[in-house]
Write a protein that binds this ligand. Structure first.
Ligand code: ZN
Length: 344
């Protein structure tokens, strides 16, 4: 394949037509690889972010059937400690709006709807932000089909991630997703084991698999299907049943992984939350731990920006962090039985 290098263009944003033109194939995963390579040539902030990533330390904790890695990553402090209260959000300039982005940052347009950018504060060696072109609140309602389609368009190397506005998104006022390499999402590798060991099948159908999984730390629904309408309808039911369970009419706290595979189609994991941050986040002195779980933490990589927290972290602490932010058994049972009934 012969690509025109992106930095040969003087403009910042490459329209979807241009992106597809210089790829010759309609493959956004390869377009992202080129974008990252080019941005590393002349964007210091990004290079600095990736240099910091070289220094991260990792500790691995084996649970029964799965692994949680703790990652010491000081440059994530801003995101971990992001003040997402309404007052703070209204005070600051939105850092996802095009006018406020660093001038070196280049993006690829997707369908006149989203812009795909490199994240200058990466957690993994390939970390992208997918930003809605309009300043529009973070919500999955009304954009879930876009999320699924994006997952398909980048599936060659990447999965797409969503954090709810009240449980991990550092810009709750501007709709955005993330894309990271599939191999970096530990849970994707373990999913079959987790389903076999901890899963409950919620529908009996040959090509539509839906499971409720409760693995001792996390509670989530896994949907596997090639049928996008089935997934969309089911997601609406998940959303509605969770809303009902917590008795609200705004978005219930969810984090989502969207993965696509040519053999089985979409693989969607929906995590259910009861709190944004665990108790230890609000403690003083020695009890305090600066951790703010979002979808990447739930996927198996817990981000700790402070060294003393990283030194302290152990299985017991990990367990209590998850216990604080994940819904309880009773609520999960309610959601599962609602789904079972509606799938009959
Ligand atoms: Zn914005």
């Amino acid at each position: 394949m012969k690509f025109v290098e992106l930095n040969h263009f003087e403009k910042r944003i490459f329209t979807s037509k241009e992106t597809e033109n210089f790829l010759k194939v309609k493959n956004y995963a390869d377009a992202l690889v080129i974008l990252l390579r080019n941005q590393k040539l002349d964007w210091d902030l990004l290079n600095n972010g990736y240099a910091e990533l070289e220094k991260v330390k990792t500790k691995s904790f084996q649970f029964d059937g799965f692994v949680i890695n703790a990652q010491l990553n000081p440059q994530r402090i801003k995101s971990t400690k992001a003040d997402v209260t309404k007052e703070e959000i209204e005070k600051r300039d939105c850092f996802l709006c095009l006018d406020n982005l660093p001038k070196e940052q280049k993006g690829l347009e997707y369908k006149n709807e989203f812009l795909l950018f490199c994240n200058p504060y990466p957690i993994f060696y390939e970390h992208f932000t997918i930003v809605f072109k309009k300043h529009f609140p973070q919500r999955i309602d009304g954009s879930f089909h876009r999320f699924l389609k994006l997952a398909k368009r980048v599936h060659k190397y990447y999965s797409v991630l969503y954090n709810g506005p009240q449980c991990g998104a550092s810009a709750p006022d501007h709709l955005h997703f993330q894309a990271v390499a599939k191999k970096d999402l530990i849970i994707l590798d373990e999913l079959e084991i987790l389903i076999n060991k901890y899963g409950e099948k919620l529908i009996d159908s040959r090509r539509k698999d839906v499971y409720g999984v409760s693995d001792g730390l996390r509670r989530y629904i896994v949907i596997k299907s090639k049928d996008i309408n089935f997934i969309k309808n089911l997601f609406e039911k998940i959303y509605y049943s969770f809303q009902k369970a917590v008795n609200i009419n705004t978005e219930p706290m969810i984090n989502i992984i969207g993965n696509y595979n040519e053999i089985f189609g979409w693989e969607v994991i929906v995590f259910f939350r009861k709190k944004h941050r665990p108790q230890c986040y609000y403690e003083q002195d020695d009890k305090m731990l600066t951790v703010s779980p979002a979808v990447i933490d739930l996927s198996g990589t817990m981000i700790l920006p402070r060294e003393k927290d990283f030194n302290k972290i152990n299985k017991e602490i990990i367990k209590s962090i998850f216990e604080d932010v994940i819904i309880g058994k009773e609520m999960f049972d309610y959601i599962k039985s609602y789904l079972k009934k509606s799938l009959e």
